[in-house]
Design a protein around this ligand. Structure first.
Ligand code: HEC
Length: 223
């Protein structure tokens, strides 16, 4: 017998040690892969394409990304409750400017995404002061929405479309508008041009009754 490992596994090699006169032949064909194993192997191959199709092309929410999106949508649904999915238009920015409870949601979005460049209370850091009456890219309240969606100054102000939900963009736009006229602790000097006051609250709005300090602040600034 050979004690060298390599030689032991060399197929069809006769042992050098012929003393016992035995043919010490080891052939791989004598150790075939078990049939059941082969069939398992073939089964996995057969299973893969339909599964791949089922996973990626079937009903929403089967893939990991799909499940994430479904969960995200459910979460938004919960968060925005009766609001549903807003359209990103000027009317909605004006409408929610006068709904203090929703401004709080906008404020949360601002805290999470904007303070690094615009300061804790909007006084401006890298980005301009959002509390004064002067703006670089905004002439009308609807322009806030556009700046948020598309960004400004070649990405110095990032585009948020696709990174924030439409509802978040609308509500943070309203919140940005609401900051106008407030007195931030650290205020960057005015940049751009002074613009007209925001439009008044839409009439016959059910939220009009719950006007708060936010509202007074806005009115104070536009007078
Ligand atoms: C990476 C830094 C950065 C972040 C983060 C950022 N901004 Fe800006 N933002 C800027 C800069 C810089 C400008 C000025 C662009 C220019 O010079 O035209 C700007 C401009 C703006 C303007 C227009 C102001 C004007 O005077 O025209 C608004 C409104 C605004 N940002 C809101 C937001 C909101 C809301 C968020 C969070 C969702 C945000 N920004 C996040 C850097 C940033």
């Amino acid at each position: 017998m050979n004690d060298s490992k390599d030689e032991r596994f060399t197929p069809s090699v006769q042992s050098d040690n012929a003393a016992d006169g035995q043919e010490n032949t080891l052939q791989f064909e004598e150790n075939p892969i078990p049939r059941w194993w082969k069939w398992c192997f073939i089964a996995t191959i057969a299973f893969a394409p339909p599964y791949l199709f089922w996973h990626h092309c079937g009903v929403e929410g089967r893939s990991m990304v799909g499940r994430y999106e479904v969960a995200l949508a459910a979460n938004l649904q919960l968060q925005f409750g009766e609001m549903g999915e807003l359209t990103a238009d000027r009317e909605n920015v004006v409408k929610y400017l006068y709904e203090p409870s929703w401004l709080k949601v906008g404020k949360a979005v601002f805290k999470a995404n904007c303070v690094s460049c615009h300061g804790k209370d909007g006084g401006g850091l890298v980005g301009p002061n959002l509390c004064d009456d002067s703006y670089k890219n905004v002439k009308d309240i609807g322009d806030i929405l556009k700046v948020l969606q598309k960004g400004a100054n070649a990405g110095a102000m990032p585009a948020w479309e696709g990174r924030l939900s439409v509802n978040e963009i609308v509500l943070v736009s309203s919140y940005v508008a609401s900051m106008r006229g407030s007195q931030p602790a650290i205020a960057k000097p005015a940049q751009g041009r002074e613009i007209d006051p925001w439009p008044a609250a839409p009439i016959a709005d059910e939220a009009e009754s719950e006007q708060s300090e936010d509202q007074e602040m806005i009115e104070g600034s536009s007078s």
